[in-house]
Design a protein around this ligand. Structure first.
Ligand code: ADP
Ligand code: MG
Length: 223
């Protein structure tokens, strides 16, 4: 469960305040699939970073699975991120010097997974996204869609209850897009809560709820 109550995020740019989010209140239930749309600069990435404990609100409350994450220390937030959250970005953020399986396995070290199990699990999630044949490929030898599937495998390898995705299909062609959408659907069916920022109204339409951001104000879009 994700609960935001009267959340504001104001960036200070020199002497000018930039209001990225204003008074955002939303509740996202377990295993819900939520899409967030809105024009560039409307606060979508800021919202994901706050839910993902990568940033703190200027004021307001954020609770993840009942925990007040604003009150936690940085170390506690890092722990929570490793245990509970998976991130997927538009530009994949894979490490170019590592193979697909290493990209998925290496971050599991921070999560405290023993080394043999790390690679076992990485192999398994890569199989689940259809990349069994490509596990020893470097990212440069993979297509855009394949790279995003590696990034998705990395995000879910630690079985996070919440998956946060910032325009995950933004850099993909339509065939790859469909594949990624189907994977998100499957993850959602398997019980993961998904919050996805997207420009794609087709993707927003498959979500359980669709919020629209405008100048930092969120409202639920009618289906
Ligand atoms: P979106 O993802 O919808 O494009 P963002 O959340 O990135 O929007 O940005 C919302 C607003 O906050 C924009 O006006 C942007 O310029 C501003 N902003 C975002 N990040 C920062 C930052 N680190 N410092 C100052 N302003 C920022
Ligand atoms: Mg953004």
């Amino acid at each position: 469960m994700i609960e935001l109550t009267n959340v504001w995020r104001v960036y200070q740019m020199g002497e000018f305040p930039v209001v990225a989010l204003r008074e955002v209140t939303m509740t996202i239930g377990d295993a819900e699939f939520v899409a967030v749309t809105g024009p560039s600069g409307s606060g979508k990435s800021t919202l994901l970073q706050l839910i993902g404990c990568l940033d703190r609100p200027t004021c307001g409350s954020i609770r993840l699975n009942g925990i007040d994450v604003v009150a936690l220390t940085d170390a506690e937030r890092t722990r929570l991120r490793l245990d509970t959250l998976g991130f997927v970005f538009q530009r994949f953020h894979l490490v170019s010097l590592l193979t697909a399986i290493e990209n998925v396995a290496v971050p599991l070290e921070a999560a405290g997974v023993p080394v043999v199990e790390r690679f076992e699990r990485a192999r398994q999630v890569l199989r689940e996204v259809g990349l069994e044949e490509r596990i020893h490929f470097a990212p440069s030898r993979l297509s855009g869609g394949e790279r995003q599937r590696v990034a998705l495998a990395r995000a879910v390898a630690n079985r996070p209850s919440i998956i946060l995705a910032d325009e995950p299909t933004g850099a993909l062609h339509s065939v790859d897009k469909t594949q990624i959408v189907n994977l998100f659907r499957r993850l959602n069916d398997a019980g993961h809560t998904i919050v996805m920022v997207t420009h794609d109204l087709e993707m927003a339409a498959i979500a359980d709820h669709h919020y629209e951001l405008r100048d930092g104000v969120a409202r639920e879009a009618s289906a």
